[in-house]
Design a protein around this ligand. Structure first.
Ligand SMILES: *Cc1c(COP(=O)(O)O)cnc(C)c1O
Length: 349
């Protein structure tokens, strides 16, 4: 969609359009740093580091992220993991029992779960054999009630990034929202789509601190889109959805660019070593190309190999029940010691 064709009022839910958000104490009075006496939010006044409500707009964190990503703070929404961000998209744009969304299996399972929770029907258009979006079938699956198409690139569990031309075709032909889930983008040789949000008013990017940033435990998901879309999501998000401890730890981590970069470089180095060794394992039939911190492999018998690894104390993900993924296992890249142990065990089986 180009800017003149896209009309957010055609896709936003009626109840959300007229909604007046809850105004919290920390929304009404924004500290400018001067010493004030805070008697507005019924907090306990004794300082312990977390006795005050967190900033509902996460201004400090957004300022740093905006600078790093080359967008404005108004283009960013933060959530309690990407899972919350994705849920907010359903609640803002999908009318229960009427609207539908499109997913492209095999892919991340949360899109379907969130559709079910929100009573929104999910249409599945399988990826092609080379794990690319089947653009013509996707376009055929769209109807007037289709609100969101979820593209996961690099895709979980296949590991590949989708071809740019396929993503562009979908972005340009669809009048609803296109979400590109970039949970693994920091491991990818492809560029993020963040710098294209000005070009495509229907484009939404989600990222997370759970993978490359090594902070799955603090739950921080990120969403980048036009100011128009972000302002709708801001209206419906819980006021204090990102807690103070998370904001603090996330800020420290995103400012420590060097450490994140070094860890990602090590993981990528380990990934390449792992791929070479996996190709030497007799029962591994195929090692798929990956742009993420995991490798999908096809084996002779996934259930059997999964159980054998468990007995050796190694937990991996069996993806054999996923469409197009018969007899596949998904292996996360660990530390050098962990990966060497995995390979040793695989070669002994
Ligand atoms: C791991 C993962 C996420 C991360 O979700 P969080 O809620 O941020 O931890 C999102 N999308 C995909 C495809 C993932 O694999």
């Amino acid at each position: 969609m180009n800017k003149t064709q896209f009309n957010i009022n055609k896709i936003i839910r009626e109840n959300v359009k007229g909604l007046k958000p809850y105004s919290s104490a920390r929304d009404e009075y924004v500290s400018d740093g001067s010493k004030m006496i805070f008697l507005d939010a019924n907090e306990n006044p004794y300082e312990n580091g977390v006795n005050r409500y967190p900033d509902p707009q996460q201004r400090g964190l957004k300022t740093v992220l905006a600078d790093q990503k080359g967008v404005s703070s108004q283009n960013i929404l933060l959530g309690n993991g990407s899972d919350e961000v994705l849920d907010l998209l359903f609640r803002a744009f999908c009318e229960p029992k009427r609207d539908n969304i499109i997913t492209l299996p095999p892919t991340y399972g949360m899109y379907k779960v969130l559709a079910n929770i929100n009573d929104v029907s999910e249409r599945e258009v399988l990826l092609t054999k080379s794990f690319e979006p089947n653009v013509s079938e996707i376009l055929e699956a769209i109807d007037d009630a289709t609100k969101i198409i979820f593209l996961c690139s690099p895709n979980n569990p296949t590991g590949n990034s989708f071809l740019e031309e396929n993503i562009i075709k979908i972005l340009e032909s669809f009048e609803g929202l296109v979400v590109i889930d970039e949970a693994y983008i920091d491991f990818s040789s492809e560029e993020s789509w963040i710098n294209k949000i000005d070009m495509y008013p229907n484009l939404i990017i989600t990222q997370t601190l759970s993978k490359a940033y090594g902070m799955a435990g603090i739950r921080l998901g990120l969403c980048y889109a036009s100011e128009e879309i972000i302002s709708v999501l801001n209206k419906i998000k819980p006021p204090y959805n990102v807690n103070e401890l998370t904001q603090k730890r996330a800020l420290e981590r995103v400012m420590d660019v060097a450490t994140v970069k070094e860890e990602v470089t090590n993981i990528l180095e380990q990934r390449e070593k792992m791929i070479i060794s996996l190709k030497d394992v007799s029962f591994i039939k195929e090692v798929y190309k990956t742009d993420a911190n995991f490798v999908l492999v096809r084996v002779d018998n996934a259930n059997k190999r999964y159980d054998q690894l468990l007995k050796e104390g190694i937990v991996i993900r069996n993806r054999t029940t996923q469409p197009l993924c018969e007899n596949t296992l998904r292996l996360t890249v660990g530390t050098q010691i962990e990966n060497e142990k995995l390979i040793k065990v695989l070669k002994q089986l």
